[in-house]
Design a protein around this ligand. Structure first.
Ligand SMILES: *[C@@H]1O[C@H](CO)[C@@H](O)[C@H](O)[C@H]1NC(C)=O
Ligand SMILES: *[C@@H]1O[C@H](CO)[C@@H](O)[C@H](O)[C@H]1NC(C)=O
Ligand SMILES: *[C@@H]1O[C@H](CO)[C@@H](O)[C@H](O)[C@H]1NC(C)=O
Ligand SMILES: *[C@@H]1O[C@H](CO)[C@@H](O)[C@H](O)[C@H]1NC(C)=O
Ligand SMILES: *[C@@H]1O[C@H](CO)[C@@H](O)[C@H](O)[C@H]1NC(C)=O
Length: 358
């Protein structure tokens, strides 16, 4: 390369860095230039990061050991990025960093899964710290009073507004409820997630009609509806978030394991009997269609949103679900949620890395 080419390359590099800072949009899972979403699971005897019994507030549906799961190896895997190492989770450091702040998980039961994991990780690293845990309707608040840190979980499966009318429940793809607008405003760390309820039909479908503007639909392509809703959410973030105060995350799509053909085991039609992760960095199945929508929408945004890119690393963990050891909480055989301790602990290590990075 001649001097001009080197100069031009440098200018381009500087411009692309500026572009990232000024225009925001999707912030990937890079730590000092290393993509931590690329890697594989390694057996590590120092795992898990906490023992479920030392976490008195852990919900029974996630406590697979207590519910009789006989194998234990699934507790012992650590995510190893290919090009670097993740920092070791240090709960007292995170609480110090978050002093005086609030962190809110907003979404479905996969958000509950990650919120429970984070409260357990923090509590077991500072077991002498006092805590309070209060639930009011769909809002759970876990507090460490000595640090003045609040960790909240707001159950909100679809993120956009659902309005009850005499004719039925209307899912408004272009509206955020004023109640949610108020709830999210001023929170220091927001971690959104939605996907799983978008696919339900019949009795489990949480709406009767879908509305966009003045148009009402009986149904529509679910990925299209999902994308419209994410754009509504993205517009809320772009118009309401002060990025100097608030960090916004999107918890990537968490995969199910109910079709063994995806992971090269056509016999399996569920996750039971799976006791090991897939080896290596690649999931044999296709990229998750919802995750592609998430990435597409995040790229259009003007405010920075950090993607917790958990989809592939979780796809490799066909062994991580409660299966029949969720105590029948989820249709008897749960290949959607994750045992705790378990995979969501790694999602929180990614969150930790992003929050403690300078
Ligand atoms: C998320 O991680 C997967 C697997 O490493 C990767 O292929 C994909 O490009 C990542 N997405 C983003 C937006 O970084
Ligand atoms: C955790 O972080 C604190 C600082 O907040 C430090 O004093 C302590 O040594 C760290 N613990 C470990 C095990 O690194
Ligand atoms: C929706 O309907 C209202 C009342 O009928 C009308 O005033 C408004 O212009 C319509 N909006 C759009 C976007 O068509
Ligand atoms: C955010 O901080 C930067 C740098 O301190 C400042 O230039 C900018 O005006 C701030 N933005 C807002 C919305 O306060
Ligand atoms: C789940 O998978 C196991 C082992 O592959 C199989 O024996 C069982 O019948 C499956 N259960 C359901 C409900 O499909």
């Amino acid at each position: 390369m001649d001097a001009f080419a080197v100069g031009a390359t440098l200018v381009l590099l500087v411009l692309s860095v500026l572009h990232q800072e000024v225009h925001g949009g999707l912030v990937g899972s890079d730590i000092d230039g290393c993509d931590v979403s690329q890697g594989n699971w390694v057996f590590d005897d120092s795992y898990p990061l906490y023992a479920a019994p030392s976490c008195p507030f852990l919900e029974k549906v996630f406590d697979c050991v207590k519910n009789g799961r006989p194998d234990r190896d699934y507790l012992k895997y650590r995510w190893q990025p290919s090009a670097c190492s993740l920092p070791r989770f240090n709960g007292s450091r995170l609480l110090t960093e978050l002093r005086g702040k609030s962190v809110m998980f907003i979404g479905d039961s996969l958000s509950l899964n990650q919120w429970q994991s984070l409260t357990c990780m923090l509590y077991t690293s500072v077991p002498e710290a006092k805590y309070t845990s209060v639930r009011t309707g769909g809002l759970s608040t876990f507090t460490f009073p000595e640090y003045n840190v609040k960790l909240l979980f707001s159950r909100n499966a679809l993120i956009v507004n659902i309005v009850r009318t005499p004719d039925g429940r209307i899912l408004k793809l272009d509206s955020i409820s004023t109640q949610d607008d108020k709830l999210w405003s001023g929170v220091d760390v927001l971690i959104f997630n939605t996907w799983h309820w978008w696919v339900h039909t019949g009795r489990k479908q949480p709406w009767n009609f879908i509305q966009v503007g003045n148009e009402t639909y009986k149904d529509m392509d679910r990925l299209v509806a999902y994308e419209k809703a994410l754009h509504t959410w993205a517009t809320w973030v772009d118009s309401n978030v002060d990025s100097n105060k608030t960090k916004v995350f999107f918890q990537g799509v968490s995969p199910d394991h109910s079709n063994g053909r995806e992971w090269g085991d056509p016999q399996a039609n569920n996750c039971s009997a799976q006791s090991e992760p897939l080896p290596g960095p690649n999931y044999p199945g296709e990229a998750h269609p919802a995750e592609k929508v998430v990435e597409k929408v995040l790229r259009t945004m003007s405010k920075p949103v950090h993607l917790l890119n958990v989809t592939t690393l979780s796809q490799l963990r066909k062994d991580g679900h409660p299966s029949v050891y969720g105590l029948g909480g989820h249709r008897g055989l749960d290949c959607t949620h994750w045992c705790l301790a378990g995979v969501p602990d790694t999602w929180n290590v990614l969150l930790y890395a992003a929050l403690t990075q300078n």
